[in-house]
Unconditional design. Structure first.
Ligand code: GDP
Ligand code: IMO
Ligand code: MG
Length: 422
């Protein structure tokens, strides 16, 4: 398998974890390159459910190497609890997980600032996961962040942490929150540093060496295109580049070493958190929530649901360079008589076939729908293209054509085997 970048083509939670797990079979190394434990990637192995936040989803396939790249922001306590949780479930981690020494560290003041800033924003809040992601990337850009390499150096860590807690406590108190105790944070993070030490290394050199020896590398995107700090619905976005370019900067593998980009999308649309979602619709939301589906893997929040948005997905194909599409959750549409797809927006008296950058304009866009007949039978047992109902095949073909990418995978359930590879 060539080096593959996998990205979310919508607003996150497209089913990236499941598709990564499927594609890992043919890969040697899986790399996370951005985001942090705001991500929640669900993988089923048999009946066992795993939700991965920082560790690449490839960890659930025996013998595969997993890398947390330099572009990720790492909450050491979160990472340790994930490592221990997987170990308890019988997953072998040692010798298979490598963590970049230049990845930035998420510290308790980042989480506290994230929460306080959301409170301050009131009704304009972003609806973050409160994992400290924005403040941690903010420190990275401001050059006031601590990296894993700093966490591994006890003397330097102590000096830097003392300085950073002093400054951040001033900010927290000004926001009406309590300051943090240096002693407590220091103790906890020093212990975490020692536990994580065996995993920390120069992952850029490791990846290049593996590439030179012919390894096939899978880059696991987190979040989705419309949560991208540059190409998303700013300011209702996360703080990293979730689009394909982020895989290069977040791993140190250059663009000319990448062979293909796979975009993952649901057969409909979901979003968790605030911000525009033109195709949001009560009928499909109620139906999916009624089926017990579409509750967040990280925060448990009910996801907002809507129809498939071909305009947004076409734009995602463009900015990510998506070659192939993996469509998940087709089975979520099984019960419907009619399925709507947004093919354009009506906005300020004009018809648009692109996503407007102005957030107010995008929020006021009215979708222009076309309708497809449903299939009204379960697709969950389909294992080949031909076993899918004709109307489902027509829907998928139309959706891929509108998204301007080749359909390569269809997922009809959360399990590994509920996957059709074309
Ligand atoms: P990710 O963040 O992109 O990895 O996606 P999440 O794991 O947050 O959310 C996707 C949800 O859809 C999870 O509960 C998956 O188990 C589930 N899922 C993925 N593909 C399918 C599918 O084809 N059908 C059904 N029913 N569930 C799916
Ligand atoms: P995966 O990888 C869906 C959303 C939050 C919020 C916004 C900013 O599982 O697809 P943040 O905590 O990052 O500052 O929150 O981004 N968000 C996600 N939504 N899936 C995710 O990850 C998300 N990670 C962040 O809900 O709207
Ligand atoms: Mg998720």
């Amino acid at each position: 398998m060539p080096n593959t970048i996998l990205v979310g083509a919508q607003w996150g939670d497209e089913g990236k974890g499941k598709i990564i797990d499927v594609l890992t079979e043919g890969a040697d190394i899986v790399v996370r390159t951005q985001g942090g434990n705001n991500a929640g990637h669900t993988v089923y192995v048999g009946k066992k459910k795993y939700v991965l936040h920082l560790i690449p989803s490839g960890m659930l396939r025996k013998g595969k190497i997993c890398v947390i790249g330099n572009g990720v922001v790492i909450d050491p306590i979160g990472l340790l609890s994930e490592i221990n949780g997987l170990k308890d479930l019988g997953v072998k981690i040692n010798g298979r997980l490598m963590v970049s020494e230049t990845a930035h560290v998420v510290l308790p003041y980042h989480r506290e600032l994230d929460a306080q800033r959301e409170i301050l924003k009131g009704k304009n809040k972003i609806g973050t996961t409160k994992r400290g992601i924005g403040p941690a990337y903010g420190d990275k850009a401001a050059r006031t962040g601590l990296r894993m390499v700093d966490l591994m150096n006890p003397e330097r860590f102590e000096v830097l942490l003392r300085m950073r807690i002093k400054e951040n406590n001033e900010i927290l108190r000004a926001l009406g929150a309590k300051g943090l105790s240096f002693k407590k944070v220091h103790e906890t993070y020093r212990a975490a540093a020692d536990a994580l030490r065996p995993y920390v290394e120069n992952t850029v050199v490791l990846l290049h060496e593996a590439h030179r020896l012919g390894a096939s590398i899978l880059f696991e995107g987190a979040q989705g295109t419309y949560l991208d700090i540059d190409h998303g619905t700013y300011p209702f976005v996360t703080s990293s580049n979730t689009t394909s370019g982020g895989a290069c900067t977040g791993s140190g593998m250059p663009p000319n070493r990448m062979d293909r980009v796979v975009g993952v999308m649901k057969a409909y649309t979901t979003r968790v958190g605030e911000g525009p979602l033109p195709t949001e619709d009560a009928q499909i939301s109620d139906m999916l929530h009624g089926m017990g589906r579409e509750f967040g893997a990280t925060t448990g929040r009910a996801r907002r649901c809507g129809w498939f948005d071909a305009v947004a997905t076409r734009n995602a194909t463009m900015v990510n360079g998506i070659d192939e599409l993996a469509v998940t959750n087709l089975d979520g549409l099984d019960q419907l008589d009619k399925i709507k797809v947004c093919g354009g927006y009506r906005c300020g008296g004009k018809v648009l076939d692109y996503v407007p950058n102005d957030i107010e304009a995008f929020s006021s866009c009215e979708p222009i729908y076309m309708e497809f007949p449903g299939w009204r039978v379960s697709t969950e047992k389909a294992r080949t293209w031909k076993q899918l109902p004709l109307n489902a095949r027509k829907y998928l073909k139309a959706v891929a054509e509108m998204a301007c990418a080749e359909l390569s995978i269809v997922s009809v359930g959360p399990a590994r085997e509920q996957t059709i590879q074309l």
